[in-house]
Design a protein. Structure first.
Length: 304
C-alpha cells in the first residue's frame, strides 16, 4: 500500500476560544484529487496552514507522504507546492524574475512546462508584479506552483479572480497533474470546479468534517427529486416510504425520494402517469443541504 499524500490524525486547532478545526481525520491518497468545500470560516485555510506547518496544532497531527508536517516540515515542503488564496509577492520584481526566484527556492522547475504554462495563462513575463491585476497575480502564483511538478499540490482558492478562459486552462493543468500521478488538495468555493475536477469531496462545517466521499457516494445519501405529471387526478403519495417534500401544482406532483424509488413507482403503476422525471441532487444542493440545518454546538463539545 502506498503512503497517502496527506493524512491527518484527530487534527485540531483553536484560536483562543474559537475552535477552527475539530478532530479532523482526512486522507488524500497518492494520485487523488480531493476537493475541500465549506462556507466562510469552516476551517479550510486553517487546515491548509496546518498541513504546511505554518500553524501548530492544538491537538493531533498531520503527515505529508508520511512525514510529520511540523517536525519534518522542510522535507515535506520538498514534495509539495502551495497556491495561497492571496500571495504577498515582491512588487518591484518582474514576472520572469519572480518565477526565477520562486524556482530557486523550490529547487526544481520543469522549464519546458513553465514556458507552456506562461503561454497557456497568457502571462506577460516582462511586467512588474506591482502592475499586475489581481487575476494576473493569481496566474503568476499558479504557474509558480505548477511548474515545479510537485508530488502534491495544495491549492487554496486557486481560481479566485480568474476569468472563465483561465479557469479552463487551470482545469487542464489539474487533469495533467492527475495523469502524471500528482496528488491535489483543492479548497474552493466554486462547486462546478470541485464537481468537475475532484475524485472525492470533503465538506467542512464549523471546523468538522461533515461529509467525505465521491459525488456518487454523496448523492446516494441524499434525496432524488421526482416530478410526475398525470393525465387524471394526482394520487396521494405522502404515506409512501422514503417520500417527502410533496408539492402538487395542478396535475403535476413534485417530491423528494430517499433510498429506493421502487415503492413510489409501484404506487404510481395504474395512476395515469403522463411524464416522469427524476434528477439526482447537484453538488450545490448537497452542499446547501448541509448548511440548511443549524451548526453543531461546538461550545458544548468535549472532543478535540
Ligand atoms: P474562508 O472560506 O472564508 O476562507 P475558511 O474555511 O478558510 O474560510 P478559516 O480561515 O480556516 O476558514 O477560519 C476558521 C475559523 O477560525 C473562523 O472562525 C476564523 O474566524 C477563525 N480564525 C482563523 N484565523 C484566525 C486567527 N489568526 N485568529 C483568530 N481566529 C482565527
Amino acid at each position: 500500500m502506498t503512503t497517502p499524500a496527506i493524512e491527518t490524525f484527530a487534527l485540531a486547532k483553536s484560536y483562543g476560544t474559537t475552535r477552527a478545526l475539530i478532530g479532523l481525520d482526512l486522507q488524500v491518497n497518492e494520485g487523488e484529487i480531493v476537493g475541500c468545500l465549506g462556507p466562510n470560516g469552516a476551517g479550510k485555510t486553517t487546515l491548509i496552514r496546518l498541513l504546511l506547518g505554518l500553524l501548530i496544532p492544538s491537538h493531533g497531527r498531520a503527515e505529508i507522504f508520511g512525514m510529520d508536517s511540523q517536525r519534518d516540515a522542510v522535507a515535506a515542503h520538498r514534495r509539495l507546492a502551495y497556491v495561497p488564496g492571496e500571495a504577498n509577492l515582491w512588487p518591484t520584481l518582474s514576472v520572469a524574475e519572480t518565477l526565477r526566484l520562486l524556482g530557486q527556492v523550490n529547487g526544481k522547475v520543469d522549464l519546458t512546462y513553465q514556458a507552456e504554462l506562461i503561454d497557456r495563462f497568457s502571462l506577460d513575463v516582462t511586467k512588474r508584479v506591482r502592475a499586475l491585476s489581481k487575476g494576473n497575480r493569481q496566474k503568476l502564483i499558479l504557474v509558480a506552483a505548477l511548474m515545479t511538478r510537485a508530488d502534491l499540490l495544495i491549492l487554496d482558492e486557486p481560481t479566485s479572480g480568474l476569468d472563465p478562459l483561465m479557469e479552463q486552462a487551470f482545469r487542464l493543468c489539474v487533469h495533467e497533474a492527475k495523469d502524471r500521478g500528482q496528488s491535489v488538495l483543492l479548497s474552493s468555493h466554486s462547486l462546478s470546479e470541485v464537481e468537475a475536477l475532484c475524485d472525492r469531496i470533503a465538506i467542512l462545517r464549523a471546523g468538522r468534517l461533515v461529509e467525505m466521499g465521491t459525488m456518487a457516494e454523496m448523492r446516494h445519501l441524499s434525496a432524488l427529486t421526482v416530478e410526475v405529471t398525470f393525465s387524471r387526478g394526482v394520487p396521494d403519495v405522502t404515506k409512501i416510504p422514503g417520500v417527502s417534500s410533496v408539492d402538487v401544482q395542478g396535475s403535476t406532483l413534485r417530491c423528494q425520494v430517499r433510498g429506493s424509488v421502487e415503492p413510489l413507482l409501484n404506487s404510481l403503476a395504474n395512476s395515469g402517469v403522463r411524464e416522469l422525471l427524476s434528477r439526482e441532487p447537484s453538488l450545490e444542493e448537497l452542499f446547501l443541504s448541509h448548511y440548511g440545518a443549524p451548526a453543531p454546538d461546538v461550545a458544548n463539545d468535549s472532543d478535540q
